[in-house]
Design a protein around this ligand. Structure first.
Ligand SMILES: Cc1cc2nc3c(=O)[nH]c(=O)nc-3n(C[C@H](O)[C@H](O)[C@H](O)COP(=O)(O)OP(=O)(O)OC[C@H]3O[C@@H](n4cnc5c(N)ncnc54)[C@H](O)[C@@H]3O)c2cc1C
Ligand code: SF4
Length: 350
């Protein structure tokens, strides 16, 4: 039987943290979720329709909220964790406001933040008004208004640039963010639905269509929606006198340089670990991946347990994942935590 007095703290109330909270709550454990924002839900609150099937993000948020209603974990918002101190038999979790919580197990689910596109100066984000990110475009789509240029005009030609802040040694991120290729396909289709006459080009290094129905959507984007995909590395974006944008790229298939003009450029920004995760990991003696995500103690058999006993990781704080993968990962973490707590209890009873 479970010992109901065993207490688990989950840091982060995004999809990973909430899914783990309801699974652990359903198994009878006392669970506390510490979320630094005023609301839970993580990045789901920013997205409109999700790849690969255009399911409204609100539906997944509703699913997670129902899980909380049924399994009632304690959820504390505006609770930013800054460090964890592992003690011999328990974990001490310290908040930015000085509060201290203790628990048998800590599950870190602090997620990711999007790469700051201003760091790629050559693309002109926040310099040229018609250069936006995939997060900005998602907000426009969510608002229900037509996609427009800053002058309020309907864009005729739109470019999506892949790998912004990912697979890029210059900015120190060699990892692939995994979700931005399919986000580029999804958003290009959504824009085409709104603006059937627009010409849309995606500039990519490689198309990474790893998930269920991703490849199918990529084919549909080309065949049904007429979206053009160019294997090319964009070197620079400059503004023309009329406010349109000139994009310089090398077509990496033909080896030829090219220049094209666009009304709107969308930068597909990648994932980096959420601010503060580095400090939390270091305070708990955790290891990091090359991309500075939190490392697990085995890449094949145990992706959710760390080298520090009693501290587990789940979701995009450990690697870039889609929502479906995040939810699966959270449930896997739950199984690991339950078996770890049972082992601990057995040892203490012997
Ligand atoms: C542009 C873009 C579009 C995407 N679109 C899709 C899509 O269409 N379909 C899809 O499947 N996936 C999509 N994704 C991926 C999806 O957003 C992630 O899979 C999902 O958000 C991961 O959930 P998470 O809980 O790991 O992280 P997050 O969503 O980042 O949640 C982490 C939570 O932890 C909290 N937190 C962080 N630090 C602390 C701290 N120190 N103390 C307390 N709380 C903290 C945060 O406030 C947040 O609430 C997209 C990603 C990007 C970049
Ligand atoms: S998913 Fe695609 S766009 Fe994103 S980093 Fe990987 S290759 Fe680049």
């Amino acid at each position: 039987m479970n010992n109901i007095t065993q207490h688990i703290i989950i840091i982060g109330g995004g999809p990973a943290g909430l899914e783990a909270a309801s699974s652990l709550g359903a198994a009878g454990y006392k669970v506390t979720v510490l979320e630094k924002e005023e609301q839970t839900g993580g990045k789901l609150r920013l997205w409109y329709k999700l790849f690969p099937d255009f399911r409204p993000s609100a539906e997944v948020q509703e699913y997670l909220a129902n899980g909380q209603k049924m399994n009632s974990p304690e959820i504390i918002t505006k609770a930013e964790v800054i460090s964890i101190t592992p003690e011999i038999d328990y974990q001490k979790v310290i908040l930015a406001d000085g509060q201290i919580f203790t628990a048998d197990v800590v599950l870190i689910a602090t997620g990711f933040q999007v790469f700051n596109a201003e760091k790629k100066e050559e693309y002109g984000y926040k310099i040229y008004d018609n250069v936006i990110t995939s997060v900005d475009l998602e907000q426009q789509l969510k608002s229900g208004d037509a996609v427009k240029t800053v002058a309020g005009e309907i864009p005729q030609r739109i470019a999506f640039i892949h790998c912004v802040g990912s697979r890029d040694k210059k900015v120190g991120n060699i990892h692939c963010s995994r979700v931005c290729c399919i986000t580029g396909v999804k958003q290009a289709i959504e824009v085409k639905e709104h603006l059937p006459k627009a010409e849309i080009f995606n500039f990519y290094m490689d198309m990474r269509m790893f998930g269920q129905n991703f490849e199918e959507l990529y084919i549909e984007a080309q065949q049904k929606w007429g979206i053009t995909f160019i294997r090319g590395r964009v070197s620079e974006i400059a503004e023309n006198i009329d406010g349109t944008l000139q994009l310089k790229a090398e077509d990496t298939l033909s080896g030829r340089p090219m220049k094209m003009n666009f009304d709107l450029v969308v930068l597909l920004v990648g994932m980096v670990p959420a601010v503060g995760t580095d400090a939390i990991g270091k305070s708990a003696g955790l290891a990091f991946t090359a991309g500075n995500f939190l490392a697990s103690n085995d890449t094949h058999f145990n992706q959710n347990e760390t080298h520090t006993p009693g501290i587990f990781v789940t979701g995009t704080c450990r690697e870039p994942l889609s929502v479906a993968e995040t939810l699966t990962d959270a449930r896997a973490a739950t199984v690991r935590i339950i078996s770890w707590l049972r082992d601990k209890e057995l040892k203490s009873n012997n």
